[in-house]
Design a protein around this ligand. Structure first.
Ligand code: UDP
Length: 449
């Protein structure tokens, strides 16, 4: 894919949270292979090791947070707000210096590609007259909901009424009223929509065949070009950013398991569960008698810290023996691509869903917050490639759902559907496919700025 070095530089500004940084670094790798020169403007907080990216130039912002506070605190909105306050001036100064030097060296800089959760990237780039593109790490449908919040309020959906929770929202199929974003946090959503809509183009980790209806609707409401180029991680062999060390015993353990026999359990980088729920999950997994690989990262259990032992039932590890394997952080892309994996119990973060679709692994859904409930609705009711835990987090319910997913007919039907979607995802990336074409359009657009 490497093209003649065009000598055109792109500045990328990732948000230092795993679910945002991972797709941004995938994009950086991809655009570097397309011949662009890449500069990353990065916080010290949650920074990947720049030595792992010898082809990129890094500039660091002093963000006022401890650099090695590895797991993002569960209250991620506080972290975001601190970062958005502390990084404004350092970012402005950093960009000014980069632009000054580029002008002196006569090196063209096409644009800034920023995460829309940086609330100041738009104002800084327009002050410095630098074009700006956004990379959205949510689905197209979730963005459309955020974009539609003012009109949903006008139509009387807010305040959300519990008596209407199970009603469908006809404007946003297949969502139900209870899936809509809660009132709290809508200011932040409005900021990200504004940052997105005022940019000169939007890159999306999705593909036409998956979200065609919402892609059409977004094209109708926005007058800027959009580039659905996903699944973005499939352009790289493995996750490009290892902010947290990946436990490779995940793979050696999987190598010993039968095909499609393992449930991979991971709730992403931010979601947390109560201690009581954690215990129910542990019991449900053990009682299902199915093999499982479970990511229990620091911060997963509310109120616990790294030094606390896991609150597993007495004798748990002896009871599960070789049938279960628990790790801090897994090489998720490789895990999902492993033939032993037959199901993925996920919190429905968008990257996780794209990664699961790309490998044809059906899902069990436990959405926790943000866009995850909406994502779950599409997985279960639209694409029909996953199951929802309908009666809450009780060990008996978990046991039933795990068996359904891994060994019963219902799971097999989900697997067939997600395998068909996997084929579409694969085709979209091949020459002539929708994401392939979108990437070509993006490359040409970046060169035209
Ligand atoms: N991930 C990983 N190892 C793990 C768990 C997650 O590499 O043990 C990666 C996963 O592949 C995905 C990202 O972390 O790319 C999580 O993003 P997602 O949007 O699914 O959820 P978030 O963490 O943003 O809630």
């Amino acid at each position: 894919m490497q093209q003649e070095n065009m000598g055109v530089r792109l500045l990328l500004f990732p948000l230092p949270l795993q679910g945002h940084a991972i797709p941004m670094f995938h994009l950086a790798n991809l655009l570097q292979k397309k011949g662009f020169l890449i500069t990353i403007v990065q916080t010290r907080y949650n920074s990947p090791d720049p030595n792992n990216f010898p082809l990129f130039t890094f500039h660091f912002l002093e963000d006022g947070l401890p650099a090695n506070a590895t797991p993002a605190p569960n209250d991620y909105s506080t972290v975001l707000s601190v970062l958005n306050t502390n990084c404004l001036t350092p970012f402005y100064n950093c960009l000014s210096q980069i632009l000054c030097k580029a002008a002196k060296d006569q090196e063209p800089i096409a644009c800034l590609i920023a995460d829309p959760m940086w609330s100041f990237a738009g104002s800084v780039s327009s002050r410095l007259k630098l074009p700006r593109i956004t990379l959205r790490s949510t689905s197209m449908s979730a963005y459309f909901v955020y974009h539609s919040l003012p009109s949903l309020r006008d139509k009387g959906y807010y305040p959300l009424q519990e008596t209407k929770f199970d009603e469908l929202v006809p404007e946003l199929p297949p969502l139900k009223v209870k899936d809509l974003p809660p009132e709290a946090g809508q200011d932040l959503l409005a900021d990200t929509v504004k940052e997105t809509n005022t940019s000169q183009g939007i890159i999306w980790n999705t593909f036409e065949e998956l979200e065609d209806a919402y892609i059409t609707r977004v094209r109708q409401v926005l007058s800027i070009p959009i580039f659905p180029i996903g699944p973005i991680h499939k352009y790289s062999q493995q996750s490009p950013v290892n902010i947290w060390a990946q436990d490779q015993t995940s793979i050696s353990w999987l190598n010993k398991q039968a095909p499609h026999s393992v449930l991979y359990v991971s709730f992403g980088s931010i979601a947390a569960v109560s201690k009581a729920d954690f215990i129910e999950i542990a019991r449900g997994l053990a009682n299902s008698k199915q093999a499982f690989l479970w990511v229990v990262r620091h911060g997963l259990i509310e109120g616990s810290n790294e030094n606390n032992p896991l609150p597993l039932p007495n004798g748990y590890l002896d009871m599960i023996g070789q049938r279960g394997h628990i790790v801090n952080w897994a090489p998720q892309q490789e895990v999902l691509a492993h033939p032993a994996v037959g199901g993925f119990w996920t919190h429905c973060g968008w990257n996780s869903i794209m990664e699961s679709i790309s490998e044809g692994v059906p899902m069990l859904c436990l959405p926790c917050f943000a866009d995850q409930t909406m994502n779950m609705r599409h997985v279960c009711d639209n694409w029909k490639i996953g199951l929802q835990l309908e009666k809450g987090l009780k060990s008996e319910e978990i046991e039933r759902a795990v068996k359904k997913l891994l060994v019963e007919e219902e799971g097999a039907a989900l697997r067939n559907r997600i395998k068909a979607l996997k084929e579409k995802a694969t085709l979209s990336l091949k020459e002539g496919g929708s994401s392939y074409k979108s990437l070509e359009d993006l490359t040409n657009y970046l060169l035209s700025l």
